[in-house]
Design a protein around this ligand. Structure first.
Ligand code: ZN
Length: 241
């Protein structure tokens, strides 16, 4: 199955996305891109990010912000800044990009992986952050491993034994047991590290490696403020939380 670039929570941040694509390209390359939801929302380049990802062999599931921007779910479920960003994004998406977002599936099976944004039980909204969350996710997961985003935290969790503490992956992990894997957020990290996060799944070697890459946070944050997005969303890019 070759090498898959695992991305989540791009959040319309084209500089972060391009930094990741370049870094991953230089670091061994990849055969396809798997996106675990939230291509848009929050950031200043929603249409550009959809278009960039569509240049690649792409597997993509819908995130809550994709559905919000596409007009497929009720924006009252979002906090006010996130809802405002969904509306802002909708006005800047081409008809082709809107259609792309509307047609995204909520889950995809690429055995032995299930791809969702949130969790196997609730692909759109549920956060999986703790070992207990991951064990519960495992009981709803039809495949051996689950790949997800949504929390914006890079994590490897065990879906069978809650005695194993969450691993914050600094090196690669082998695909043993049943794992819940989150590559972290490309466009809006929330683990205190503002650099873009991504992972590479080497299907032949059975290994997932985790990476961070710096990009020009200041210019993206400035673009957000100038474009009229909520200032708090721009500010949090600097702190990465
Ligand atoms: Zn997100």
């Amino acid at each position: 199955m070759g090498r898959s670039l695992l991305l989540a929570d791009v959040h319309a941040n084209l500089r972060a996305l391009d930094a990741v694509l370049q870094d991953a390209g230089l670091g061994g390359g990849f055969d396809s891109v798997w996106v675990l939801g939230d291509v848009v929302g929050y950031g200043p380049e929603p249409d550009e990010c959809v278009a960039r990802l569509r240049e690649y062999p792409l597997v993509c599931v819908a995130g809550n912000h994709d559905l919000g921007a596409a007009g497929s779910i009720d924006l009252r479920r979002f906090n006010p800044d996130a809802a405002a960003a969904c509306l802002w994004s909708r006005r800047r998406l081409s008809a082709s990009s809107l259609l792309f977002l509307r047609e995204l599936p909520l889950e995809l099976r690429v055995p032995p992986f299930l791809l969702v944004h949130g969790s196997p039980r609730d692909p759109v909204w549920e956060y999986v952050t703790s070992s207990e969350d991951a064990v519960r996710a495992g009981s709803f997961c039809v495949e051996t491993h689950c790949l997800a985003g949504h929390t914006h935290l890079p994590r490897v969790l065990d879906m069978v034994a809650d005695s194993v503490p969450p691993r914050i992956p600094e090196a690669g992990v082998g695909l043993a047991g049943r794992l819940f894997i989150n590559p972290g957020a490309v466009g809006q990290p929330r683990d205190g590290d503002p650099r873009a996060a991504y992972a590479v799944l080497d299907g032949d070697a059975g290994v997932v490696s985790f990476h961070r890459v710096a990009y020009d946070v200041r210019r993206t944050a400035d673009d957000m403020v100038r474009g009229g997005l909520p200032v708090a969303l721009a500010w949090r890019l600097h702190t990465g939380c």
